[in-house]
Design a protein around this ligand. Structure first.
Ligand code: C5P
Length: 252
């Protein structure tokens, strides 16, 4: 492995995506959004009308899939199925609801873990997901495990939903967050858990900028990495883009 790899794992709604982008921007690293890869394969299976409760059908469906990604350190990672740019199409509520069927399938995980490791060979990467520090990059230079209580994450999401004009109660959102945690943590291969050597960051009371800054500080002190001078507008644009990428249920 050449160059540094920083892994950021944690439950949905902890703020990983916004924070990972800010870190990538400040440190001049590429940004890998592994959730987007699971989303793209879910979209692919939905389009092929496979029975999502049948793992064998899912495994067959992804066998010859042409999935590719384009990494940047500014803006979103682009995702392609064949030649089609599906970066925005994977952010629907329907995809979010169906991901767990696809993410539970062993062949899917093996396929994506291989792809992620190949991307990691060039180093200089901030990668975000559930299993990046534990399974995909056990030798990463710096591992972060980010969390916030389910109540805080549900409150944040509920506020976002209200701003988008959706009608849903806080209790419903909390139930949704808890269900997603249960599915992500219970997954046999690649389930969400903290790597033993990961630094834990509680994002409950902090802004994305504050959390990103503490990761940047760790990278500077532990890895002797240099920061780039980024003007405020670029940071704000990265934050806004990450927010805009959440689906219409407020999920990312
Ligand atoms: O990060 P995001 O919320 O977009 O991820 C969507 C879903 O993809 C997660 O809830 C999880 O089920 C799955 N996922 C995974 N392993 C990863 C990243 C995401 O299983 N490394």
């Amino acid at each position: 492995m050449s160059g540094n790899i920083i892994t950021i794992d944690g439950p949905s709604g902890a703020g990983k995506s916004t924070i990972a982008r800010l870190v990538a921007l400040r440190l001049g690293l590429r940004y890998l959004d592994t959730g987007a890869m699971y989303r793209a394969l879910t979209l692919h299976c939905m389009r092929a009308a496979v029975h999502l409760d049948n793992p064998k059908e899912i495994a067959d469906c992804i066998k010859d899939v042409k999935l590719s990604v384009k990494l940047k350190h500014e803006g979103p990672m682009l995702v392609f199925l064949e030649e089609e740019d599906v970066t925005d199409k994977i952010r629907t509520q329907e995809v979010t609801r169906n991901i767990h069927y696809v993410a539970d399938v062993m062949e899917v995980r093996n396929f994506l873990v291989d792809m992620q490791r190949k991307i990691g060979e060039a180093g200089n990467l901030v990668t975000e997901g559930r299993d990046q520090g534990t399974l995909v990059f056990p030798n990463a230079s710096l591992k972060i495990y980010m969390f916030a209580t389910p109540e805080v994450r549900a409150r944040r999401r509920h506020t976002e939903l209200m701003q988008r004009g959706a009608e849903t109660s806080y209790e419903e959102v909390l139930e949704d967050v808890s269900k997603r945690d249960y599915l992500d943590m219970g997954r046999e291969l690649g389930g969400l858990k903290k790597a033993l050597d990961a630094v834990e960051l509680d994002t409950s009371e902090l802004s994305p900028e504050q959390v990103a800054e503490s990761i940047v500080k760790l990278a500077k002190s532990r890895l002797k990495m240099q920061t780039r001078k980024i003007d405020k507008n670029a940071l704000e644009a990265a934050r806004r883009q990450a927010e805009a990428q959440k689906d219409d249920s407020g999920e990312k």
